[in-house]
Ligand binder design. Structure first.
Ligand code: AMP
Ligand code: GLY
Length: 454
């Protein structure tokens, strides 16, 4: 069994490890964006290259004849790598380009949910640059202004309608301080990609529910909460995610059972809508980004892949064979029985360079990780590369995800925190992720939101 793994980052290392521990003992052929030491230690072939160079990936497939492919990141998925690989006869765990629009186009995702009666979106409008006379453009601007200012009363979010490395969304009160700021960014999006989504700003607590999907077959993973802000107390710039936790019951402390059930139902409805809309089934990971609000659950966004760090929490808990799950996704034989997760909690904290995400001042500097990890911890390498002597050097992005596993979130947090505090180098991490204090704050916020009478 040979598996082509197209990936990068700590999510890639976690995927490689989950495939590697399969009783089917697959050989892993890795195509990776950097010289990731974790993946290098596992893979039998390591091709370091641009993941958007599909021609080169096709050459590798022809030479190494894998039996299955797994694609990690959004860019090659959104760019249609699954279509290219399937064309070569290679069963692939990732949706084809038309289905991956659920992530690549926020406008497509909102329209799909509306068209198929999935009631989980905030108020939204999509503006398109199709007007060709100066007068039409002015009309469009006026409509946009009225929507932001009057219908949304200045509480709005502006979304660039294409992949932008997680940096295309700007929120009023955080990045955009007035209606004019919103207009300016919306026009910038229109000029750059021809379409912009403007929507109501939702107030609530965010969480992720990822599902394995093969057409109509949908099997959920444990719910996860990510922390996007750079510093403790949810302050500073937005990042790719500074850390995450899951609970032993696979739900989250601030959610009700009905909340998790509703998110699960929305993922099922969305998989079904994709099948009806695109005429073929979605095969891969469907990542629902949700927010629990006053009166239920709404969708913030969909992703067509594993989350990073979410994969770092979820994959170590998978006690059934990941390769079998991947095979079932491609053959349409996915069942609940194939997917088993340990009833444990996890806390992941990302080690990042000190100046991340605003600058890359520490790039190239050495970082040293503790050499012995306990059984209840994992270390997944991200943007870090090894030199010839085996020393590790920081890249500019997130360095490594450290995961603690325990019977409770508190136990898992202790494990992760202890290892993080032993990492040496110009790095930092968030000490508050997974602490009782932070979780209490989330629960309190949820309680406050839901107790206010409308
Ligand atoms: P996205 O790239 O769509 O995940 O958006 C990035 C972040 O923007 C999300 O994690 C949310 O914190 C925020 N966001 C996006 N859409 C909304 C919304 N409608 N209301 C409130 N916050 C939002
Ligand atoms: N954790 C956020 C993401 O993977 O998009």
């Amino acid at each position: 069994m040979k598996i082509l793994l197209v990936t990068s980052s700590a999510r890639g290392h976690a995927l490689a490890e989950a495939l590697h521990r399969s009783p089917q003992k697959p050989e892993i052929i890795s195509v990776c964006a950097n010289n990731n030491p974790g993946i290098r230690a596992i893979a039998s072939q390591m091709h370091v290259q641009n993941l958007m160079d599909f021609e080169s990936i096709v050459r590798i497939v022809k030479e190494s004849t894998p039996d299955l492919a797994v694609i990690g990141p959004d860019d090659p998925i959104g760019g249609g790598l699954a279509d290219v690989l399937e064309e070569l006869g290679l069963p692939t765990v990732a949706p084809k380009k038309s289905l991956a629009r659920i992530e690549a186009s926020k406008g497509f995702a909102r329209n799909l949910m509306e068209k198929h009666g999935i009631k989980a979106s905030p108020k939204f409008r999509i503006f398109e640059r199709q007007a060709n006379s100066q007068r039409d453009l002015l009309e469009e601007e006026k409509e946009m202004y009225t929507f932001i200012d009057q219908e949304l009363q200045g509480n709005y979010v502006v979304k660039y309608d294409a992949l932008k490395g997680g940096k295309g969304v700007k929120v009023s009160g955080e990045h955009l301080m007035s209606v004019d700021d919103g207009m300016q960014y919306a026009l910038e999006c229109l000029n750059e990609c021809g379409r912009v989504v403007i929507e109501e700003k939702l107030i609530g607590v965010e969480f992720s529910l990822l599902s394995f999907v093969s057409g109509k077959q949908v099997v959920d993973m444990p719910a996860v909460q990510d922390h996007k802000r750079a510093f403790d107390g949810d302050t500073g710039s937005n990042t790719g995610g500074m850390g995450t936790y899951t609970d032993a019951n696979h739900a989250l402390p601030f959610l009700t059972a009905a909340d998790v059930k509703r998110a699960s139902e929305i993922n099922r409805q969305t998989a079904d809508a994709l099948l009806r809309e695109c005429g073929e089934g979605y095969k891969g990971i469907l990542y629902g980004g949700f927010i629990a609000v006053k009166d239920g659950i709404r969708v913030i966004e969909y992703n067509a892949r594993f989350g990073d760090p979410e994969a770092l929490n979820i994959l170590p808990l998978l006690s059934s064979d990941f390769v079998t799950v991947c095979q079932a996704i491609t053959t349409g034989e996915l069942t609940e029985d194939l997917v088993r997760f340990e009833k444990k909690a996890t806390v992941c904290k990302y080690i990042v360079p000190k100046s991340y995400p605003d600058k890359k001042d520490e790039k190239g500097m050495e970082v040293i990780f503790p050499s012995d990890l306990p059984d209840n911890a994992r270390l997944y390498y991200g943007d870090v590369s090894a030199d010839e002597q085996g020393r590790l050097h920081l890249g500019g992005s997130r360095t490594a995800g450290i995961v603690g596993i325990g019977n409770s979130i508190a136990e898992a947090e202790k494990v992760a925190q202890e290892i993080c505090s032993k990492v040496q180098g110009p790095i930092r991490f968030r000490s508050d992720i997974g602490t009782a204090d932070l979780i209490q704050k989330r629960s309190q916020m949820m309680e406050d939101i839901r107790s206010v009478s409308s």
